[in-house]
Ligand binder design. Structure first.
Ligand SMILES: O=P(O)(O)OC[C@H]1O[C@H](OP(=O)(O)OP(=O)(O)O)[C@H](O)[C@@H]1O
Ligand SMILES: O=c1[nH]c(=O)c2nc[nH]c2[nH]1
Ligand SMILES: [Mg+2]
Length: 175
């Protein structure tokens, strides 16, 4: 509406950009696995889709875990967070492996931001171990193990959401 300040997306509110390459992401996932190896063993990995699928595959490979389940949650529409929607819950088989409370299960996501998504999955599996590759301060208390903390006003750009493109020189007029 005319005169009204446009609503900022989460990405615009974040301001700072933190682009992550495939190489960097793979290295960070391996570093995460080193830490998780001291905590496990785990009966199964639960990936929070979609962002958790890539780190879950890498972590499961390193830890030798072959049972992988998903919990499918949608909240951000591009970069605006709306109501959380559970599109698919945790399977009965995975629940059984975790004794109903998630004991011995490893929940994996790419990041925690506000912590809303992580909190919802923690409620489903209170005794599971929750690992993310990146964490922002608001979500950090929910995570048991993570690798890199970035400030709340940072937006992380994952390699599956980005592509190589031309970047103009810093100095005006330089080409
Ligand atoms: O801590 P929060 O503020 O809840 O945000 C973190 C969640 O947001 C992103 O997922 P998104 O909902 O964008 O879905 P996607 O994984 O399918 O991209 C990210 O992968 C986390 O799951
Ligand atoms: O790609 C993303 N980067 C982020 O920083 C973020 N926070 C919530 N959801 C996110 N998705
Ligand atoms: Mg996600």
């Amino acid at each position: 509406m005319a005169g009204e300040a446009p609503e900022l997306s989460a990405q615009e509110r974040a301001g700072k950009a933190f682009p992550v390459s495939w190489d960097q992401f793979h290295r960070d996932c391996r570093a995460l696995t080193w830490r998780l190896n001291e905590v496990g063993p785990f009966h199964a990995v639960i990936a929070i889709t979609r962002g958790g699928l890539v780190p879950a595959a890498i972590v499961a490979r390193e830890l030798g875990v072959r049972v992988i389940d998903t919990v499918c949650i949608a909240s951000y529409d591009h970069n605006k967070q709306g109501e959380l929607q559970v599109l698919k819950g945790i399977s009965e088989a995975a629940m059984k492996l975790g004794g109903g409370t998630g004991k011995g299960l490893l929940i994996v996501d790419d990041l925690v931001d506000t912590g809303k998504t992580g909190r919802m999955v923690r409620e489903m599996l209170p005794d599971a171990h929750f690992a993310t590759v990146y964490a922002k301060p608001m979500g950090r208390p929910l995570v048991d193990t993570f690798i890199t903390e970035v400030s709340q006003d940072t937006w992380i750009f994952f390699p599956w959401d980005t592509a190589l493109s031309y970047h103009p020189p810093l100095r005006d007029g330089a080409a």
